[in-house]
Design a protein. Structure first.
Length: 213
């Protein structure tokens, strides 16, 4: 208990850092993925560039992307702190995945709904927001929850560039105390609690949306 009380304040602080990084990156990635997926459409140069971006991001390790941003951007005069580089790279990483989730969500909606709405003098804008968007949200919500959990896990890589999140804090405690079992048990428990919290929130929101329907 004495050892647990000694570690707990540092873990609570690191848990806050991990949660803040993940929330900001997932929210930014969701907005960016939604916007770019909608702006780029389904054809043309913008669409092809967006598909290349998704292909590159999803086909390469997040560690390599973080290294390019943190170590590579200073060579062209862009200086970012470790936290700023993590937020930028994690947001760009998440955007590719969220964009694919939204693309699948909208593709799941039968095209005949839009045609029926237009035939009944419902504008394309109202059809998008009042008919298609609610269906897409219900489709995308579980997948978005899974992606949020993956974003939380990927944030651990930020420990490589000394961001004081959970994994970095655990490494510092282990290096100073040579105690392994309790620090890494707390690390596992912390990520498990974050993942379960996201899963519970998604299930609750899904239930509310189904009830509202």
């Amino acid at each position: 208990m004495t050892e647990l009380a000694q570690y707990l304040p540092a873990y609570i602080q690191a848990l806050g850092v991990t949660l803040w990084l993940s929330l900001c990156a997932a929210s930014g990635g969701m907005l960016l993925g939604f916007a770019l997926n909608g702006i780029c459409g389904k054809r043309g140069l913008a669409f092809r560039l967006w598909r290349v971006y998704v292909w590159v991001i999803r086909g390469t390790p997040f560690l390599a992307q973080l290294a390019v941003i943190y170590f590579g951007l200073p060579s062209i005069g862009i200086m970012l702190s470790a936290v700023e580089a993590t937020l930028l790279s994690l947001t760009l990483y998440s955007a590719a995945y969220f964009g694919e989730i939204f693309r699948a969500a909208w593709n799941s909606i039968p095209p005949g709904q839009r045609e029926a709405a237009l035939a009944n003098n419902i504008s394309a804008w109202r059809c998008f927001w009042h008919i298609q968007t609610p269906q897409a949200i219900r489709f995308a919500l579980p997948l978005s929850g899974n992606q949020f959990i993956l974003t939380i896990k990927e944030s651990a890589i930020a420990s490589i560039i000394t961001v004081p999140e959970l994994t970095m804090t655990t490494s510092q405690i282990v290096a100073s105390t040579y105690s392994y079992v309790l620090p890494y048990s707390l690390l596992i428990l912390s990520y498990w609690l974050l993942a379960q919290s996201v899963s519970l929130s998604v299930r609750t929101l899904s239930h509310v949306l189904r009830t509202g329907e």
